[in-house]
Design a protein around this ligand. Structure first.
Ligand code: HEM
Length: 253
C-alpha cells in the first residue's frame, strides 16, 4: 500500500514539474533580462557595429532592442539596400520609409496607434529571425535598462492600436465589403455575394453605404439584416436601389 502511495506521489511530482510556471522573460543570447546580465549599449557603441570597414560587427536596433543582423549581411552590410539601418535605431523609418538622415531616427512620437502596431510587427520579425543582443541606452531604456516614459507611451499606443485593429476586423466580418464594378458604358455597380469582401459566409446581404465615424471615407458594405440596419445611423441606402436588392447601380461607390 505504501509503495502504491509512493508511485502516486512520484507521478504527481513529475506532472507538477511539467506544469511549473516557466521563465518567459526575453532572452539575450544565452542570457536573461532577469538579473544584471542584460547587455546595455550606448548609441556610440551601437554605431561601432555598422558593418563599415573595421567595425566590430553588424547590429541594428528597433524600439531600443538590439539585434545581431550579421545573418542578413546582404541587406545590412556594405552595398546592401538597407545598410543605412545598421549601427543605429531607426525605428521611425520602418514605418515612414523615409531613409534620409532626418528620417533615420528613433523618435516615433508622430506615429498613429495603427502605425505603432505595424512597427511592433517589425520588432516581432527581428525577434523571430535574429539574435537579440541587448538594449540601447537612450530613448527607450535607461542606463539601468529600465523602460523609459517614452517606451511606456509607445506601449500604450500599441494597446490602443491593437484594440482599433480588433474593432475594425470585427466590423469587416459584420459588414463585409461589396463587390464593385465600373465601366464607361454601364456606369457603377455594387453587389453582395457570399464571398464579397473576402469574408466567406452563409448569407449574401444587401449593399449599404457605411460612414465610419472619425473618417471622411464612405464604403460599400453588405448588410445581413436590412431591417436591423435601419437602426444604424452610419448606414445609408443607395438612392434608386430597392431596399432588398443584392445588386445596385450607383453613380459613385
Ligand atoms: C517602408 C518601406 C520599407 C522598409 C522599412 C523596408 C525594410 C526592409 C528590410 C529591413 C528588409 C530586410 C529584411 C531582413 O532582414 O531579411 C527588406 C527586405 C526587402 N525589401 Fe524592403 N522595405 C521597404 C520597402 C520596400 C519596397 C517598396 C520594396 C519593393 C519595391 C522592397 C523590397 C524588398 C526586398 C525585395 C527585400 C529582400 C527580400 C529578401 O531577399 O529576403 N522593400 N526590406
Amino acid at each position: 500500500m505504501n509503495s502504491m502511495l509512493g508511485y502516486v506521489v512520484v507521478a504527481f511530482l513529475s506532472l507538477a514539474v511539467l506544469f511549473l510556471p516557466r521563465d518567459w522573460s526575453v532572452k539575450f543570447g544565452n542570457e536573461s533580462t532577469q538579473g544584471s546580465s542584460v547587455r546595455l549599449l550606448s548609441r556610440r557603441e551601437l554605431s561601432s557595429y555598422d558593418g563599415e570597414e573595421g567595425s566590430k560587427g553588424l547590429y541594428l536596433a528597433i524600439l531600443g532592442q538590439v539585434f545581431d543582423v550579421h545573418k542578413g549581411y546582404k541587406h545590412y552590410g556594405r552595398g546592401g539596400a538597407y545598410h543605412f539601418m545598421a549601427g543605429k535605431d531607426a525605428s521611425l523609418a520602418f514605418i515612414s520609409g523615409d531613409f534620409t538622415e532626418n528620417g533615420l531616427t528613433d523618435d516615433v512620437s508622430s506615429l498613429s496607434p495603427q502605425q505603432v502596431v505595424a512597427l511592433y510587427d517589425w520588432l516581432s520579425f527581428y525577434q523571430r529571425e535574429y539574435q537579440n543582443v541587448g538594449l540601447v541606452i537612450g530613448r527607450f531604456y535607461s542606463r539601468t535598462g529600465q523602460p523609459t516614459e517614452a517606451l511606456l507611451h509607445v506601449q500604450a499606443s500599441l494597446a490602443e492600436g491593437q484594440q482599433l485593429k480588433a474593432q475594425s476586423e470585427a466590423e469587416m466580418v459584420r459588414y463585409p465589403a461589396c463587390n464593385t464594378q465600373w465601366s464607361a458604358a454601364m456606369g457603377g455597380r455594387v453587389w453582395c455575394s457570399t464571398k464579397s469582401g473576402g469574408v466567406e459566409r452563409d448569407w449574401t446581404g444587401v449593399p449599404r453605404k457605411l460612414f465610419s465615424p472619425g473618417s471622411s471615407g464612405v464604403r460599400c458594405v453588405c448588410v445581413e439584416d436590412p431591417a436591423a440596419a435601419e437602426e444604424d445611423q452610419n448606414l445609408q441606402k443607395y438612392d434608386s436601389c430597392p431596399p432588398h436588392a443584392d445588386s445596385c447601380s450607383v453613380e459613385e461607390f
